[in-house]
Design a protein around this ligand. Structure first.
Ligand code: DON
Length: 568
């Protein structure tokens, strides 16, 4: 018998014998069957491998997610980060689940009208200035999740990232392309240019990228944990840059940063339990609202990617994005959000009654006072015990602000760009100015990130999520419909073409170069939808599907070429 077969038998035996993770948040364990093996799916292979190795050493899904997330900050600097934030949804094999909300917060000096200059909206200030940097949450968030559900030592989990930064790694064609694309922006900031170019010339595929300052920051975080980042040397380096170069963030913002541990939003879809993220992401509300609406139609018969099905899906998207714009923001600042109603089956029935199966509705601004690129990243993890993690993290834009902190080596976010631009101005271009999402001291900007888990018969069934700004809930919806309604496997569910409707602008956006079924786009037009092609593909989903204890990965290689599924 070959070695791998023995390995499989041993892990099967282990899976049968092992109980769920003995983690403190999970509570007393029931004797649940585990999985045949664990798996990590992420947007860069070395980072996924770092997580898979942690699983091989007996780490939990949270341990693996932490190792992968730190490694992504080195090997996928477009979006992997120390200087950004995100949401980690963890579910233990025994059913306990929580969301670690480590979204950035607005510094104490933020104000709702801060993006206006002499009464006019200043786009550059909002998205491309040091004032657009929110207090980063990633280091605190990963640490909080590890404290609750980790098993291996913290320093062990940070080590692969530190090593990759110190020793360097070989630049892939995808990374080389993205570094080239951002070179003009890097040129405006000497310290960034020094690390992310070779003396001003772009890195070519096959060359080695070393990040010595980042390696030293990671070494401090290995030893001191979040203390270094929020109160120690790293904090001082960050604040020094802010003071010198005109940013808002100060020591008290860093020292006061708190991770919020929240109950996941829960719903059901055709017999599956759906767990997803609550506000300050609007993604979970939108996703549940769309699933509830679509549950009332026989999509399996119509097919999610047939014209009949797609028209209904587009209408569900239209309604959900309107509600997101109207109601959702940081719960600490918008306490009157009608979350329960928005995710209820009764509300979905009301929405269905307004949908015309034959004809597209028109988006309307009635009741309102009158684009995001692909640069966030998602990772999905399961371990042998059946614990699962769905984690989406972001710097907001491509390489965030495109500036690293001098001496600390990590990119800063420009997440304040997710706050509404102009209070009171909502318009048909997609600009939203509603009250729940204004820049206020300490507030978390409204997100679309939607890390999600589906549970079937008490065990994890699907782990899914994606980057893509406002398209994220829709990409996540597509992966769920493709698995549940169309019966596709993980890879096919990820590969299938996607589309996006976000209420305003009132149009269905489709992917360039995607293979839609013949006649599909024309038929959507015939129902009255304006159909336009996007400039880029939609999202980069990373999915794990579990069937009979066997995980299979769907890595979105056609949209993010370095994506990889790595089994334990
Ligand atoms: O939180 C959000 O929804 C955005 N900051 C995410 C940005 C994004 O996904 C950009 N592109 N992939």
């Amino acid at each position: 018998m070959g070695r791998w077969r023995i390995g499989v038998l041993v892990s099967m035996a282990f899976a049968l014998l092992a109980g769920p993770a003995a983690d403190p948040v999970a509570g007393p364990s029931r004797n649940l069957p585990g999985l045949l093996r664990g798996m990590v799916v992420a947007q860069e292979r070395q980072a996924a491998e770092a997580g898979a190795q942690v699983l091989r050493e007996g780490g939990t899904a949270i341990d693996a997610a932490v190792a992968t997330a730190f490694a992504l900050a080195v090997t996928h600097p477009v979006a992997g980060n120390l200087g950004g934030g995100g949401f980690l949804l963890a579910r233990s094999a025994n059913g306990a689940a929580q969301v670690y909300d480590f979204r950035e917060t607005a510094p104490g000096r933020a104000r709702p009208g801060m993006w206006l200059r002499a009464g006019r909206y200043d786009q550059r200030e909002h998205h491309d200035s040091l004032r657009s940097v929110g207090t980063p949450g990633s280091v605190a968030g990963l640490h909080a999740a590890w404290k609750a559900g980790g098993r291996l030592p913290w320093a062990r989990l940070v080590e692969p990232a530190r090593k990759l930064a110190a020793e360097g790694f070989i630049v892939s064609p995808t990374l080389s392309d993205s570094l080239k694309q951002s070179l003009p922006a890097f040129r405006k900031h000497g310290p960034t240019l020094a690390v992310f170019s070779r003396k001003g010339r772009p890195f070519e595929p096959g060359e080695r990228l070393r990040q010595p300052d980042l390696a030293r920051t990671l070494a401090r975080i290995q030893i001191e944990g979040p203390e270094d980042f929020y109160r120690g040397r790293t904090a001082r380096l960050l604040v020094r840059m802010m003071v010198k170069e005109g940013g808002l963030l100060r020591r008290r913002d860093l020292a006061g940063y708190r991770v919020e541990v929240r109950a996941p939003l829960a719903g059901t879809y055709r017999g599956h339990e759906v767990l997803t993220v609550p506000p300050p992401s609007g993604g979970g509300i939108a996703l549940l609202e769309m699933l509830n609406t679509l549950e009332g139609y026989d999509l399996a018969a119509r097919g999610p990617l047939t014209t009949e099905g797609s028209h209904l899906v587009a209408e569900a998207m239209r309604a959900a994005y309107r509600d997101r714009a109207r109601f959702v923001g940081d719960p600490a600042f918008a306490p009157a959000m009608p979350v329960e109603r928005l995710i209820s089956k009764a509300y979905a029935a009301e929405l269905r009654s307004a949908i015309d199966p034959q004809r597209a509705l028109r988006s309307s601004l009635e009741g309102f006072e009158t684009g995001e690129p692909e640069h966030t990243t998602h990772l999905s993890v399961v371990d042998r015990e059946g614990n699962a993690v769905s984690l989406t993290t972001t710097l907001e834009d491509y390489y965030g602000l495109k500036r690293i902190v001098p001496g600390a080596g990590f990119f800063l976010n420009n997440e304040m760009g997710d706050f509404n631009a102009v209070p009171g101005r909502t318009d048909a271009t997609g600009m939203v100015g509603t009250a729940p999402n204004l820049s206020r001291p300490g507030a978390r900007p409204l997100s679309s990130m939607s890390p999600t888990l589906l549970v079937k018969d008490g065990g994890v069934f699907l782990v899914t999520g994606s980057p893509g700004g406002r398209t994220i809930p829709n990409t996540t919806l597509h992966t769920i419909l493709n698995v549940v309604d169309a019966g596709l496997d993980a890879q096919a569910a990820v590969d299938a073409p996607r589309f996006h409707h976000q209420w305003f602008p009132d149009r269905v956006q489709v992917e360039p170069g995607a293979r839609y079924p013949p006649g599909f786009l024309d038929a959507l037009r015939a129902k009255g939808h304006r159909v336009v092609e996007r400039e880029t593909r939609q999202g980069v989903a990373q999915v794990i599907l579990v069937r009979r204890g066997q995980p299979s990965g769907g890595a979105d290689g056609s949209r993010g070429a370095d994506s990889a599924a790595v089994a334990e």
